[in-house]
Design a protein around this ligand. Structure first.
Ligand code: FRU
Length: 913
């Protein structure tokens, strides 16, 4: 819209400018002399005629009777870029070349009055000088009666009127032989004429009857001279021009006998010039008519002249009126243009105003609507934020309460649990399970503590309570708590510092948590026989202290390093570093100290955490500094929370029958094609297990059948036979179906996991997996096997509806127990007989039974017999000897010994109870 208005505005301006006058036509006029009346009359006539045209500029030059000056002036005029040149040449010969040249160059040239010696011009306008001379000659001869002396005062000899007038005059007198002439040169000027007459003798003067002067000013000069000599009365004077102020006046006064009319041609010159410039028809040669004026027609001529003069005055008046009108018109025109332009601008501005007004209104409307909307949104936001605040408060309250609610029962679980572990005489497996429970309760406690701290940070409620402490002693205290663990695992664990004491302002409860967290991580991810170094360095120039915890453990992947401090960034990655809570909390706590924490780590090489804390207390706000030492959370709690988790649940050395079995190293088969990872896994597992390793599926299967390991860890993607196929084969073979299989893969989609589980794998770990977690998984699986085995052994014969074992294993157990039970009374029935019936080798059967039931075959058979004996004893129908024989014992005495060793009472004592 704005654009359209602008275009309209420019259009109006353009139209207004277009009405400006077109380019002026320039006419140059070179006059040989301008001072006399005749020439002035010529110039007046030109101006009069010019006033009928617009846009014509007449550039006038007066050569003052000088041909050289006139040549120069003509060239100057031509240089002024004139459209046409009018020349009245002073003399013919000197001016001809200049005029010819310009004409040839294409400049239109009009010659007036006097001619040049060439026809190289556009047009000629002037009187017929020959005719003037001839008519005057005839008139004079007639007046003189055909005899007498005539004094001829000629014009400038080189100028054409003088030549032509002389010629016409001579021709007219040629037949009048008695008329003599004396020529003198007056050069068109009065003074010159008088001077020329002075050269004549008195006799000559006295004999003159008539004076013919080529113009009236020279005739007047002659009259005055003759009067002066007292001779004028006898002499008649004839002139040329017919000027009202001279010729007509003196003819009328009878001073002059006559005069010849010589029209100036000024009007005709302009008319012809316009015809040439406007490309209209014109005549090249224009000879103006003459007439002899004497006493007979002078009155008419004067009247005519008077009339003409009046008319000319009237024309001049009218022209001046026209000029005035034109001026008025022009000014009105200008006013009109200005008015139109103003009007156009007004319309434009009006339009624009209207447009903007409308736009403004629309905009204001929109703004109003938007404002209303914003106000509404603001109101909603206020309500929502109030709701959010309330919800957040409620959530916080709930969160805090629930956290406390969790803490209390967890603490209540923990205390009796610890009592049970410490005091109770428990079955080995029960103790193991309780340890597992304890570990997880503590883990939950730690998580809840960390979550509560986070919550406080989030709500800005966790405030720094910095006190002045010796950081060296403080760090040493914490390091000390890990020493037992380090010794147990043969880890080179030291605090290295040059400082004996380093006084710093820090919150002991916070730095305590950070250091415990970093150290427990280091222990979690460092192998036995590894190294963990704590460096404490004081940077005095920077007034900071650096605490570094370096380990040579398993390290982290680069992506995990990048996100190590992010809260729950990615469970897969952060799983390498525990829950992902501890490090983020540490970062927040160090942040509260205005310090920084960073990590560098390389996979399989180690990790280095670095904390930088500012020294002094200038960086702390007043409310962050405390002078009284705050109550320090008992180190015991952190120690328990962080260290219990690190303790090996399998490290219990209580003796039991079953323990004897477990004392034998369990065997694990690792099938992994990545040699680094395979070697690493072997290294990590070999202290605790007998480890077989295979680089591909085929070798893996061979080892599985030949060794019947207690557990198999297999990669899914393998060069020949993949992990899924291996699992499927093992799980569908009675010899190996009981072996737990853990699949490792880098595939992460849920489909892959489902696929893995379908192949009957017992666990599925996504790479990069946490080795500690793998270890834990292995242990849990073996413990589960043990629990299952306990279940079988204590519940013998097997409860066929019990959940747990896989279908094939259940079938195996069913078959196995059925065979044993069927032969329970057969004292000669041996393990070899069983192998034959079940169709598998003795080693395979032995391992399978041991894996599934945790006992050897003979022991199992005794257990089955004793369990059956218990039932028979309870029924009270058979004697003890009969029971003994019924369950396959060759003598009652042997039965009693075995029964007592197992149940701590004799068969008869049992029957009584
Ligand atoms: C004026 C004049 C006239 C004469 C004419 C001839 O300058 O002398 O009197 O007729 O020039 O060119």
């Amino acid at each position: 819209m704005k654009k359209q208005y602008l275009i309209l505005f420019l259009l109006v301006i353009f139209c207004a400018c277009k009405n400006e006058s077109p380019k002026k036509i320039r006419i140059g006029f070179s006059q040989c002399v301008g001072s006399d009346l005749w020439r002035q009359s010529m110039l007046d006539a030109m101006h009069r005629e010019l006033s009928f045209y617009n846009n014509i500029e007449l550039i006038y030059r007066d050569a003052d009777n000088n041909s050289d000056v006139q040549n120069t002036q003509i060239k100057e005029l031509a240089a002024l870029d004139i459209d046409l040149l009018i020349v009245s040449p002073n003399e013919a010969s000197p001016l001809t070349p200049t005029i010819e040249q310009l004409y040839k160059e294409g400049l239109p040239v009009i010659i007036t009055d006097r001619r040049i010696n060439s026809s190289q011009y556009t047009s000629f306008i002037g009187g017929d000088n020959y005719e003037i001379g001839r008519r005057v000659g005839e008139y004079a001869a007639n007046h003189m009666g055909g005899k007498g002396l005539i004094l001829e005062v000629t014009g400038l000899p080189g100028s054409s009127p003088a030549i032509d007038r002389n010629k016409g005059f001579a021709d007219a007198l040629a037949n009048h032989t008695q008329i003599k002439t004396i020529p003198v040169h007056g050069d068109w000027l009065k003074d010159k004429a008088i001077n020329a007459l002075k050269s004549l003798t008195t006799e000559q003067l006295a004999s003159v009857n008539l004076v013919f002067a080529h113009n009236e000013v020279m005739a007047l000069g002659a009259y005055e001279y003759f009067t002066q000599q007292g001779l004028s009365k006898a002499v008649s004077f004839i002139g040329v021009d017919g000027l009202p102020g001279i010729g007509l006046k003196y003819v009328s006064n009878k001073i002059f006998l006559a005069t010849a009319l010589y029209p100036t041609g000024g009007e005709e010159a302009i008319k012809t010039a316009m015809a040439i410039l406007q490309h209209k028809n014109f005549q090249k040669e224009n000879l103006l008519q003459t007439v002899i004026i004497d006493s007979s027609n002078v009155r008419i001529m004067i009247q005519q002249a008077f009339k003409i003069d009046n008319q000319q005055s009237e024309i001049t008046r009218q022209q001046s009126m026209i000029t005035n009108q034109r001026k008025i018109y022009d000014s009105q025109n200008t006013a009109l243009y200005v008015t139109i332009t103003c009007l156009a601008i007004s319309i434009l501005l009006g339009g624009m105003s209207f447009y903007f007004l409308r736009e403004n209104k629309r905009f204001a409307k929109r703004l109003l609507a938007k404002n209303e909307e914003i106000t509404k949104q603001q109101e909603q936001l206020v309500i929502m934020s109030e709701q959010a605040r309330m919800a957040s408060e409620a959530r916080t309250k709930f969160f805090t309460n629930i956290s406390h609610e969790f803490r209390t029962p967890l603490t209540l679980i923990l205390a009796p649990l610890e009592d049970m572990i410490e005091q109770g005489r428990l079955h080995y497996n029960q103790k193991q399970s309780l340890r597992l429970v304890q570990k997880n309760v503590i883990r939950l406690l730690r998580l809840i503590n960390q979550l509560m701290d986070f919550r406080k940070i989030e709500l800005d409620k966790l405030k720094l309570h910095a006190t002045e402490n010796d950081l060296v002693a403080f760090t040493r205290d914490i390091v000390e708590t890990f020493h037992v663990l380090a010794i147990k695992r043969n880890i080179d664990f030291r605090l290295i510092t040059d400082e004996k004491q380093l006084i710093a302002w820090f919150d002991i409860n916070m730095i305590d948590k950070v250091l415990f967290n970093l150290l427990s991580n280091a222990f979690k991810f460092t192998n036995d026989d590894g190294q963990i170094l704590v460096n404490l360095i004081c940077n005095r120039s920077e007034n900071t202290v650096t605490i570094k915890v370096d380990d040579n453990g398993i390290g982290m992947e680069p992506e995990a390093v990048d996100h190590a401090f992010e809260l729950f960034y990615n469970s897969e990655i952060t799983s390498q570093q525990g829950s992902g809570l501890g490090l983020s909390l540490s970062k927040e706590l160090i942040g509260l100290h205005h310090g920084s924490i960073g990590v560098k780590s390389t996979r399989w090489q180690g990790t280095s955490f670095e904390i930088i804390l500012p020294l002094g207390k200038d960086h702390l706000r007043d409310n962050e500094v405390m002078t009284d030492l705050p109550a320090r959370n008992p180190v015991y709690e952190d120690e328990k929370i962080f260290i219990t988790e690190l303790q090996d649940t399998s490290g219990i050395t209580e003796e039991s029958n079953d323990q004897q079995i477990l004392k034998e190293k369990r065997s694990v088969l690792v099938i992994e094609d990545n040699s680094d990872l395979r070697k690493y896994l072997v290294k990590r597992l070999q202290d605790e297990y007998e480890v077989f390793d295979a680089e591909n599926g085929v070798i893996g299967l061979e080892l599985a059948y030949s060794n019947i390991p207690d557990l198999i860890i297999s990669d899914i993607v393998l060069p020949d036979k993949n992990g899924l196929a291996i699992t499927h084969q093992l799980k569908t073979d009675i010899r190996t179906s009981h072996i737990p299989v853990i699949l490792l893969t880098s595939r992460t989609t849920i489909d892959n996991q489902i696929e893995g589980m379908r192949s009957m794998a017992d666990a599925y770990l996504v790479k990069p997996f946490n080795v500690a977690f793998l270890n834990e998984t292995i242990k849990n699986m073996l413990i589960n096997r043990d629990l299952l085995r306990d279940h079988y052994t204590s519940e013998l014969p097997v409860d066929k509806t019990a959940r747990g074992p896989k279908k094939l294993d259940r079938k195996f157990i069913n078959d196995f127990t059925a065979i044993v039970e069927n032969n329970i009374g057969n004292e000669k029935f041996t393990a070899d007989d069983l192998c034959k019936i079940m169709g598998i080798s003795r080693v395979q059967l032995y391992r399978k039974v041991k894996a599934l039931l945790g006992v050897n075959i003979n022991e199992y058979m005794i257990s089955v017999r004793l369990q059956r004996a218990k039932h028979l004893l309870q029924e009270d129908e058979l004697t003890i000897s009969e029971v003994a024989y019924k369950v396959g014992f060759s003598s009652a005495a042997y039965f009693s010994t075995v029964f007592k060793s197992r149940f701590n009472q004799t068969p008869s004592e049992f029957r009584e109870k």
